[in-house]
Write a protein that binds this ligand. Sequence first.
Ligand code: ATP
Length: 229
Amino acid sequence: MDKRQSKQRRSRVVIFGGTFNPVHLAHTHVVKELLRLIVPDRLYVIPAAVPPHKQSREIISSEHRVAMLEMAMQGLPVILSDMELKREGKSYTVDTVRDLRKEVDDAEIYLTMGVDAFFEFHTWRDDRTILSMAGLIVVTRPGVGHGADLPRDVMGRYLTDRIDPGYTWDNESGGFVHPVLCSVIPLTVALVSPLSSTDVRTCIEQGDRPTDLLHPKVLRYIEDKGLYR
Ligand code: ATP
């Protein structure tokens, strides 16, 4: 093997999962930034059937959520996967990563999450098993108490106190590394507004038109189908 070949990086598979109830412009922005900054070989967008941590009665059908995701992600090189929708019961990430691991051989797998989700990671089912198979990409989420920048010191303390003491910061990779578990990469996704699907639902419930929060086709779909009223 020549030097160039040995330097070739492993192929990189990135997962961006969520409830997408509905998908909003910050979700699309995160996807675009992942494509630009992480340059994945494959980017999977995976809607959850029944997320373990959310009230299922508030969640509209997966058919509507997928239809809106298709509109919002149109033209972007992502794979919209129904793997969680096809599984019975709650959508545990550990099962998703395990299934994907079988599909993608020795690729590096990364799970993307907002910083709010990251600080709850120790409550996820089999958190360390997930980290034995996949790294994390943690993106900024203004408006959830951490401002526009990721608090690297707080993230480091959280990892070593709640997940595993073996994590250390590595300047070269710009992430937290561990001798056995996978890396955790903080990623600043500029210009992400503090919006959430909850804001969108509230806005519609109140009879407003959230034109600046949604892709125009998604808004039209919601209005045509009378969703979130
Ligand atoms: P809800 O308000 O219903 O809880 P949400 O807006 O958080 O929904 P999800 O579908 O749960 O949307 O989010 C999927 C992923 O996108 C999560 O990892 C979440 O942290 C991230 N995310 C959502 N909104 C933003 C945002 N404004 N900036 C950065 N990340 C976001």
